[in-house]
Write a new protein. Structure first.
Length: 414
């Protein structure tokens, strides 16, 4: 397949959407309009996705992707890092691909990326491909089978773009991950997410695995919008990296299939909306946020839950779409524009703000880093949506620390 870089695909776009060298300065030093925000988000997401999708669509991902590991675990991560890169990229890119095709510059670009993503997935699940991905060996493949499954759930158009034999290979790959026993933690949701995708697209998923994950997380709910990661509370961003986004979408798939009551979804959503309120308040006036807990190398992916509630138009009434867009734009700039975020060939490097290898845990390698893509979920809303069309608005921390008067914050008891 002929190589398609973003620079080539963007020839029909306004100059504000094109990308230059991997470490070039951002095209917008300050955001002045809502249109600038969307152009910047799309530019950044495609800059992240390009190396992964282009390489895998050509069956060259294993040959070309570096596997950086800061903790001396490179050898053990090589076997799993490539599926990490695909699954996590698709989890974030999928909502944008789901938008219907149109004849705008962005619409034409999206159609090309849909084709490239289809080919990348097809190669990754084809046992005859040199880039056939590992869905069974070790524990990690369950995690990233789930992220790939989440991407497919987020984009029926992407699933439909796959040919029948390619869909069959996806199903076999997802089913193969069942051999992996999940930990007694957020990992239960990885098994549930895989089964949710199988239920959605084949009509048959293991309801016991889904039900067990949901029941355990209900039991692990700690209050005020936060779940434990297992029986204990962990003070980190895993309620957003994994727990609440997957819990919401697994339950929604079950409700759609008439295998769960809508009241369950409403309870999960109420808690998610509270957590979204907390997330929005965590974003500082400059777009930074408190760097605590595991997996900080996922960068702006820490705000997946806030991004998902915006995408699904479920923001709490206290948050306007424009202020959430403005807050997330600030976070994306702080975490993605720092020098050293990308290497000379455009691959992500370990860090939260630039290249910071020591910030990576033993389970972090190059492929892991692509979870940053889930901050971009609202690109699945059309440009006319208030999320994109409304003027930029100060978010809570920016209001507080500039002396503006705001209403008080309150816990929930649900």
């Amino acid at each position: 397949m002929k190589r398609r870089t973003f620079a080539r695909l963007a020839t029909a776009l306004p100059l504000s959407l094109t990308v230059g060298e991997p470490n070039a300065k951002p095209l917008f030093s300050t955001v002045t309009t809502a249109a600038d925000d969307r152009a910047y988000w799309l530019q950044t997401l495609l800059k992240i996705a390009d190396p992964v999708l282009n390489a895998l669509a050509q069956n060259r991902l294993k040959a070309t992707m570096p596997v950086e590991s800061a903790s001396g675990q490179q050898d053990s991560r090589i076997a799993v890092s490539h599926l990490e890169a695909l699954g996590r990229t698709m989890a974030g890119l999928a909502p944008w691909l789901e938008l219907s095709a149109d004849d705008s510059a962005e619409g034409r670009l999206r159609q090309r990326y849909l084709a490239t993503a289809r080919q990348a997935i097809a190669n990754g699940v084809n046992p005859q491909s040199p880039d056939f991905l590992n869905f069974t060996k070790g524990g990690q493949p369950l995690v990233d089978a789930a992220f790939l499954a989440h991407g497919l759930v987020r984009s029926p158009r992407l699933w439909a773009a796959l040919q029948a034999d390619e869909q069959a290979n996806v199903v076999k790959a997802l089913q193969a991950s069942r051999i992996i026993k999940p930990g007694y933690s957020n990992w239960l949701l990885f098994t549930a997410m895989v089964e949710a995708a199988l239920l959605k697209y084949t009509g048959s998923g293991d309801e016991v695995r889904m039900d067990y994950a949901i029941r355990q997380h209900q039991a692990w709910y700690k209050g005020d919008g936060a779940y434990g990661d297992g029986p204990d509370f962990h003070w980190d961003y895993y309620n957003s990296y994994v727990i609440q986004p997957m819990l919401l979408d697994v339950v929604q798939v079950l409700v759609d299939a008439k295998k769960a009551d809508k009241s369950l979804y409403e309870t999960v959503l109420t808690r998610a909306q509270r957590y979204a309120m907390v997330q929005e308040r965590l974003i500082g006036p400059d777009g930074s946020f408190a760097a605590f807990g595991r997996s900080l190398a996922y960068r702006c992916g820490a705000f997946q839950l806030l991004a998902q509630t915006a995408l699904q138009k479920n923001l709490p009434t206290e948050l306007s779409a424009a202020q959430v867009r403005s807050a997330l734009t600030a976070v994306i700039r702080r975490t993605m524009d720092a020098p050293g975020t990308f290497d000379a060939k455009g691959w992500l490097q370990i860090g939260l703000c630039g290249h910071q290898p020591s910030i990576g845990e033993t389970y972090i390698s190059t492929g892991s880093l692509y979870l940053c893509s889930v901050a971009f979920l609202p690109l699945g809303l059309p440009p006319s949506d208030p999320f994109w069309a409304a003027p930029a608005t100060d978010w809570t921390a920016k209001k507080i620390w500039s002396g503006q008067d705001i209403t008080t914050d309150h816990a929930i008891k649900t």
